[in-house]
Write a new protein. Structure first.
Length: 147
């Protein structure tokens, strides 16, 4: 069993596929002895928190990574989606006392998103795996100190 699960939005799949590939590659670099984490694909970013809730409730994972790409359009839909997804992920984290890593890109355009999937602004999929393992360790340390 993997210590993490990954949820990926299919919307803006050119971007999210890159995020997913980067996350899986980083996981393999850090934990080559473990099987790759399960990846759950959802239709869009708004669906991420529901699956995060289900996975968190299973008790099988020490962290959940949420990956997606919300790119601003011509309507206010962008603002609603960003708010719902970020709030939903944070709620799951706090309700379950579990790291839920927010790797959902919220950019003005596709160029900015691509810059965050291996371009000038790094790779946010890889960064999400680093954050997950750091938070797993920190939560474990805090738990041990509180006993």
């Amino acid at each position: 069993m993997s210590p993490i699960a990954i949820i990926v939005s299919r919307f803006n799949s050119e971007i999210t596929q890159r995020l997913s590939e980067g996350a899986l590659a980083r996981f393999k670099e850090l934990k080559p002895e473990l099987a790759a984490p399960p990846v759950y694909w959802v239709p869009g970013a708004v669906e991420i928190p529901l699956i995060a809730e289900r996975l968190a409730g299973s008790g099988q994972y020490a962290a959940i990574i949420c990956l997606g790409a919300v790119i601003r359009g011509e309507t206010t839909h962008y603002d609603y989606v960003c708010q719902q997804v970020s709030y939903g992920c944070q709620r799951v984290a706090l309700d379950h006392k579990l790291p839920v890593i927010f790797g959902v890109l919220t950019t003005e355009d596709e160029e900015q998103a691509l810059a965050r999937t291996g371009g000038a602004h790094g790779h946010k999929g890889r960064d999400a795996v680093d954050a997950a393992f750091e938070m797993i360790e920190l939560c474990s340390t805090i738990e041990a100190n509180l006993r």
